[in-house]
Design a protein. Structure first.
Length: 281
């Protein structure tokens, strides 16, 4: 990007922010989940700036996400705020032309403005009921089984996946007859490197944790700007579950086996993409 391109980029970003703010203030048509297609279109230039210029995302295997019909995209999780979900959604929209929905921890919906923006872009409070309904409506749904443990792990444990709980996402996929698309995200661990925690600030915002990073709270609000790490996102080949039938969701041994299979595949892809990426910045 040459210096001569900076004014045009700044104008585009300002226009995108103004358009998004306009959609947030207005009473626009939303679906039953609060998704606003106009808002998603309005923030595309901002997300494209982050995708192409700030984080320089390289996405591979996007064709493994079905162009239509239900699918469960399962990924590792990091970055405090759901930036990883927004970059995955951008890659999917560019690659297969659909807007996925994604499950978000409930505390994020208690934050002013952010909660509205997340909902209108496709975020839905994380619950098995919501996930199953979305799949039954033939959405592509992104889930992050590490949950708060993933976004809250220290920088020293970056890119080592936490446990995937009891395999609830596998039960959902089995009941809905949806394929599981494993997804590895590399780059999100560096945007807010967690050195320690600020429990008092976390309680103030009702968040599961609040990180102490090299820039926050030292630089004040400027410290909330995510660092410009280089990202790689890989969507792996789908794991088809339709042959098992919905009753297989009650087979605990099968559910745990499939959960570990998905976790292992994502971990492998994370390591492979770390090597391919070469440098974090």
């Amino acid at each position: 990007m040459t210096p001569f391109g900076l004014p045009a980029v700044a104008r585009d970003l300002r226009a995108a922010v103004d358009a998004a703010a306009h959609r947030l203030r207005g009473d626009w048509e939303e679906d039953e989940w609060g998704y606003d297609a106009g808002f998603a279109d309005a923030v595309d230039p901002l997300l494209s700036f982050l995708y192409d210029r700030w984080w320089r995302v390289t996405a591979t295997g996007v064709e493994h996400v079905p162009r239509a019909g239900r699918a469960l995209v399962v990924a590792n999780h990091a970055g405090v705020l759901p930036w990883d979900a927004s970059m995955m959604a951008t890659a999917i929209h560019r690659g297969v032309g659909r807007r996925p929905r994604f499950l978000v921890l409930n505390w994020a919906f208690e934050l002013p403005w952010i909660s509205v923006a997340v909902r209108r872009f496709g975020g839905v409070p994380a619950s098995p009921f919501n996930a199953l309904r979305l799949l039954e409506q033939d959405h592509a749904v992104m889930v992050f089984p590490e949950g708060a443990k993933g976004v809250g792990k220290p920088f020293s444990r970056r890119y080592r996946l936490e446990r995937f709980g009891r395999g609830g996402f596998v039960e959902l996929a089995l009941r809905a007859g949806a394929p599981i698309v494993p997804c590895a995200v590399v780059g999100s661990e560096e945007i807010y490197p967690k050195l320690a925690e600020l429990p008092g600030v976390a309680r103030l915002f009702g968040a599961p944790y609040m990180p102490l990073t090299p820039t926050f709270p030292l630089l004040g609000p400027l410290g909330l700007v995510p660092l410009p790490s280089r990202w790689r996102i890989e969507f792996a080949e789908p794991i088809e579950l339709s042959g098992y039938g919905p009753e297989a969701a009650d087979d605990r041994a099968l559910v745990l086996e499939l959960s570990e299979l998905v976790r292992g595949r994502i971990q492998q892809k994370v390591y492979e993409n770390l090597v391919t990426r070469e440098g974090a910045f």
